[in-house]
Design a protein around this ligand. Structure first.
Ligand code: ADP
Ligand code: MG
Length: 243
């Protein structure tokens, strides 16, 4: 099982005047097992903060974070079995592809033989096994993206969070990677929560789109329903539905 849920999640950060600013105002998100859920919204609406709260990299001020129905607010990130792929891939330039993929296992003191085996298996899943000894600088943008994904997969997480993972790629590669990511997600049965501000990306990739606006969920629906029955004119114009 690997269903992820935010229930009434609020978040405030300290501001520069000694007070606090609310950036999430009671966010509800459900990512059912094996589904590809996209958080869509303009810059600053709270997508990354929501994702970081799910990952455990940030704590919720209020509300519940649930994995398979269990409240995990107090479970540290490393124990949530959730993997995260960042926008800039965050690959280490001085390490090989394989070393990058298994880096987290090394930190967790998994024995070397096991690291190599699991690293190779993850590399195979994303088609990177011919490039294990290369450095990130010797990879194409798409291959770097795959290396970042393999590093997420090596931990055996069934939930993968992605924060604008394709935004550094050119248009053609982005298009190709959308298809590749979706195929991998389906083949591996992953639950993916994918953040983007790109409407086309959301509408073409998602099983379910969560439209966010100023720290709240404006609408959550399948792409077709969002398109034909937007909740209000703001959602309609944001996703480009006909008037
Ligand atoms: P998005 O990913 O949708 O662009 P974010 O979740 O990054 O939005 O940010 C939402 C709001 O929270 C923004 O106004 C941002 O400035 C603010 N914010 C995010 N992280 C912090 C932080 N660590 N401290 C203070 N404010 C933050
Ligand atoms: Mg962001």
């Amino acid at each position: 099982m690997s269903e992820v849920q935010l229930r009434g999640v609020t978040k405030s950060f300290p501001d520069s005047h000694g007070g606090r600013t609310d950036v999430l105002h009671g966010v509800d998100i459900v990512a059912p097992e094996g589904q590809f859920v996209v958080l869509l919204g303009p810059s600053g609406c709270g997508k990354s903060t929501s994702l970081r709260i799910i990952a455990g990299l940030e704590s919720a001020t209020g509300g519940d974070v649930l994995i398979d129905g269990q409240r995990v607010n107090d479970v540290p990130a490393a124990k949530r079995r959730i993997a995260m792929v960042f926008q800039n891939y965050a690959l280490y330039p001085h390490l090989s592809v394989l070393e990058n993929i298994v880096f987290g296992l090394r930190v967790r003191k998994v024995p070397k033989r096991q690291r190599q085996e699991r690293g190779l298996e993850a590399a195979r899943k994303v088609g990177l096994d011919p490039y294990l000894d290369r450095k990130p600088s010797q990879l194409s943008g798409g291959q770097r993206q795959r290396a970042a994904l393999a590093r997420a997969l090596v931990s055996d997480s069934k939930v993968v969070l992605m924060d604008e993972p394709l935004s550094n790629l050119d248009a053609k590669l982005r298009h190709q990677m959308r298809i590749e990511l979706r195929n991998l997600q389906r083949d591996l049965g992953l639950t993916v929560i994918y953040v983007t501000h790109d409407q086309v990306e959301a509408m073409t990739m998602a099983d379910h789109v969560v439209v966010m606006r100023e720290g709240s969920v404006a609408q959550a629906a399948a792409p077709i329903d969002l398109y034909t029955e937007p909740a209000d004119t703001e959602v309609a114009s944001f996703i480009g539905s006909p008037p």
